[in-house]
Design a protein around this ligand. Structure first.
Ligand code: NDP
Ligand code: GDR
Length: 327
């Protein structure tokens, strides 16, 4: 039975990846942090077979201990402070967790493999946020990185450190440059879920409108359930490598509002949407669109859920969820 360790198990991707690996017969270990993590219950309910171990990406000794207990064949490093807007307000902590945390888990993995590179394979959750200021359209594995947020800068550090461990120690390390991926499990701070929850509450008469920041930004949005499959495929290759994972389509937040409000039969969303500078970022990433050719050709991966279906799935789920919560 193959064994996997996932950091970030309480996050959106951690849950989908756990389900995928369990369905493939893996024994799955998850890193969990904090004395009293409120998301622990969700993990226990959703994927009860996952074995949880305490540790933190900022504490390398905890990572060494967790690896020695889990004895994994595959390590998926999904843990991060992942909210871009928050990263300006907590840039040092974001650097510690999202940046140096990658070095910590790579180093713990190197110690664990003890010179035997066949012992373990490593996945790093890199991000399209590393592309930042537009240099090339669409963005691919070779596009110049120009991050525009402390989060993006930290991810660039983690990305190159992963490549460095591959080149220095022969670690089978892959970096997935994933573009935005969403689901009904997406954190409510991200724009897709903020909108799907708001639209659901408007439909139920619980809320009057929603206040957003820049609605002209464009993103390449896919479904998280599809994207975790690409992570797994990377670690099944003979060599570690870097892959862009994206749909190849881009949409503005205006497009997102069109589809979300159409789901509740509203054609003109303008009366429901206001903008506030508090949700604008000091530096914006205006346009993301990925070229997933390499992932398709090498990994045999392609996205299954199109944008409109994804948004409708999220709104429909939130209507049901909010109806229960409001009872
Ligand atoms: P989430 O924000 O949903 O989850 C982040 C996870 O990181 C949580 O489980 C959180 O645990 C954990 N974490 C935070 N701080 C630490 C720490 N100090 N030590 C250990 N774990 C920690 O993110 P997603 O699931 O959406 O994303 C997964 C990864 O992929 C992240 O690294 C993200 O940056 C990256 N990514 C995401 C994309 C997306 O569109 N979703 C696109 C590209 C990259 P806790 O419950 O303890 O806070
Ligand atoms: P992003 O996702 O920054 O791309 O990072 P987010 O959903 O937060 O923002 C997307 C775009 O929407 C604009 N926006 C708003 N965003 C939020 N959160 N709230 C608002 O009210 C709002 N109004 C407009 C933003 O300015 C931005 O342009 C996500 C995270 O999952 C990262 O961890 C990951 O690496 C990248 O995707 C790829």
């Amino acid at each position: 039975m193959p064994r996997a360790l996932i950091t970030g198990i309480t996050g959106q991707d951690g849950l989908y990846l756990s389900e995928l690996l369990l369905s493939k017969g893996y024994e799955v270990y998850g890193l969990i942090r904090g004395q009293n993590n409120p998301k622990l219950d969700l993990v226990r309910r959703t994927v009860p077979a996952v074995k949880l171990l305490n540790g933190d990406l900022t504490d390398v000794s905890s990572l060494v201990r967790v690896l020695s207990i889990a004895q994994p064949d595959e390590v998926y490093n999904l843990g991060a402070i992942s909210f871009v807007a928050y990263s300006w307000e907590n840039s040092s902590m974001t650097s510690d967790v999202t940046g140096k945390g990658v070095l910590n888990i790579l180093e713990a993995t190197r110690l664990y493999m003890a010179g035997d590179a066949s012992k373990v394979r490593f996945y790093q959750a890199s991000s399209s946020e590393m592309f930042g200021k537009v240099q090339e359209v669409p963005q691919r594995e070779t596009t110049l990185l120009w991050p525009r947020s402390p989060y993006g800068v930290a991810k660039v550090f983690g990305h190159y450190m992963t490549i460095n461990y591959r080149e220095s120690y022969g670690l089978h390390a892959s970096s997935g440059i994933l573009f935005n991926h969403e689901s009904p499990r997406r954190g409510p701070e991200f724009v897709t879920r903020k909108i799907s929850q708001a639209v659901a509450r408007i439909e139920l008469g619980l809320q009057k409108g929603v206040t957003l920041g820049n609605i002209d930004a464009k993103r390449d949005w896919g479904f998280a359930g599809d994207y975790v499959d690409a992570m797994w495929r990377m670690l099944q290759q003979p060599e570690g490598d870097d892959y862009v994972v994206a749909t190849g389509e881009t949409h503005s937040i205006r497009d997102l509002l069109d589809v979300a409000f159409a789901t509740i039969g509203v054609d003109d969303w303008a009366p429901f949407v206001t903008q506030d500078p508090q949700f604008m970022r000091p530096a914006e990433v205006d346009l993301l669109i990925g070229d997933p050719t390499k992932a398709r050709e090498v990994l045999g991966w392609k996205p299954k859920v199109p944008f409109e279906e994804l948004v409708r799935m999220m709104v429909t789920n939130d209507i049901a969820e909010q109806a229960v919560l409001s009872r």
